[in-house]
Design a protein around this ligand. Sequence first.
Ligand SMILES: [Zn+2]
Length: 157
Amino acid sequence: MTTPETPRDRRNRLARESYARRRSLLMAEQLEHRRAQQREAYRLRTEAESSQQTEHRRKNRRAAYVRHTQQRCASNAARIQIYDTTTVERHHLGSMDVECSHCCAMHWIEKKVSGSVFTTVFSTCCANGKVQLPTINQPPEPLLSLLTGEDSRSRNF
Ligand SMILES: [Zn+2]
């Protein structure tokens, strides 16, 4: 909830807004003035130069443009190279096909606890059988027949 604006607050707000408007106008004027000065300086500079100097200046500008374009193209090419999938070797983690001997969760063999040579012990699922979750209750009908049935409705469920 905001408090109503007092006459004094209103006067201050209007003064601030007026100041901001004048400042923004002044900055726009200054910017325009500076641009006009730069245009004039450029005109005077180019007006006074000989045809040879003009040719030299244009040649330099063209070369700078070409350099800039080449740099941009090179950096684009480098960027494309990074994401070019034909140059990136595919990484395959293998199959997640090893079952925990306690809780039957599926794992990658590399994730088994080191030292478990003869059994497949994992720590991330059930902490080597220490965590035992209660069995899930049988779902009520019609969910049970949909989950276990063989008819088309169950297959598409
Ligand atoms: Zn487990």
